[in-house]
Ligand binder design. Structure first.
Ligand code: SF4
Length: 330
């Protein structure tokens, strides 16, 4: 029997090519696993509770990006989290059995509250504290055994495993698997300035960037500061462009590195090569995106179908949960 995967993204803004690496992983996983991919709008609301309209708009954008990148509704359930209410019920029931200290010790919690406070926003809410528990509910409502994640999310998966264990122990069932983290094979791409890629830093390249935008962003990329003249020997390992070539020009990667070290290639030409590689990758996505933008009803139908598939699985789990907790009154 196929394993099960749940994964999701928060619809908080336009996707960038850093997300594209994650989506490429998902595309491959679709053939090996039964996949549930959720646009997790409730998670987005934990920080965007004061601008819910933007969350709604971003959902459509995100669905289009996913489909354009190759997520296939014939293989996977693609849905909006808030439209499968069982996520919320399971989150509530888990909140009865999970000690507060488990949530307070999640390493990212305090950092994020502090970070948002600096930006003038108070997210020290009940909902934000419960974010990792909602994530556990998202995963366990599908009894997923595998969760593709980045290293920074490992503590969330550990919490999810603890919740599954506690539920099974308290109610003497073996309802929930303890999901395993599947570490993403995707390269973590830095932003054009070498920092973490983020829309708020303006150092990202959007998935739907047109050729002019791609050119402008690659031109901004930080290279080896020690290279003044074209034939100065370079240090590609400190260069953002080189990191991108590793991912986008794997066949030429070694050659580019050695030409750079020997001062045989200039940064302008090296950047031109990257621009053309990026455009090759983004062109079919742009084309597909354009077609989907013209057919919003089709995209909505895909999300509706995905919701049906997901809700069917979620309803089965929640009825077993209710039974285990003696809540199956009717
Ligand atoms: S030649 Fe290429 S790899 Fe070397 S520093 Fe310039 S942009 Fe970076």
């Amino acid at each position: 029997m196929k394993g099960r995967i749940f994964s999701g993204m928060r619809p908080t803004g336009k996707l960038h090519i850093g997300h594209l690496s994650v989506l490429n992983d998902w595309v491959k996983l679709q053939d090996e696993y039964k996949c549930f991919f959720g646009i997790v709008d409730w998670h987005a609301m934990t920080t965007a509770f004061d601008s819910p309209q933007s969350v709604k708009e971003n959902i459509m954008e995100m669905a289009i990006d996913w489909l354009s990148a190759g997520i296939d509704p014939a293989k996977s359930a693609i849905f909006i989290q808030s439209q499968v209410k069982e996520h919320g019920e399971l989150h509530l029931l888990f909140s009865m059995i999970v000690p507060l200290s488990w949530l307070e010790r999640v390493p990212t919690y305090k950092d994020q509250v502090r970070q948002f406070k600096k930006e003038g926003k108070d997210i020290a809410t009940y909902g934000f504290l419960g974010y990792p528990l909602l994530m556990a509910a998202d995963i366990l409502i599908y009894r997923a055994d595998t969760v593709p994640v980045g290293v920074d999310q490992l503590p969330h998966i550990e919490l999810c495993r603890e919740v599954a264990r506690r539920f099974n122990y308290l109610y003497q069932v073996s309802l929930f698997p303890e999901p395993q983290a599947k570490l993403s094979q995707a390269a973590v791409l830095p932003g054009t300035d070498g920092r973490k890629m983020s829309k708020s830093y303006g150092n990202h390249i959007a998935i739907d960037a047109d050729p002019q935008e791609v050119t402008a962003k690659v031109r901004q990329m930080v290279t080896d500061p020690a290279r003044i003249r074209k034939n100065d020997p370079g240090h590609p390992e400190v260069c953002v462009v080189y990191t991108y070539h590793r991912f986008y020009s794997p066949q030429k990667y070694e050659e580019i590195g050695s030409s750079c070290r020997q001062g045989q290639v200039g940064c302008v030409d090296c950047k031109k090569l990257l621009i053309s590689r990026l455009n090759e990758v983004l062109a079919p996505i742009r084309e597909k995106r354009q077609k989907l933008i013209e057919k919003p009803d089709e995209v909505m139908d895909i999300l509706r179908e995905g919701q049906k598939k997901a809700a069917q699985e979620a309803a089965e789990t929640i009825s077993l949960v209710r039974k285990a907790m003696f809540l199956d009154h009717f």
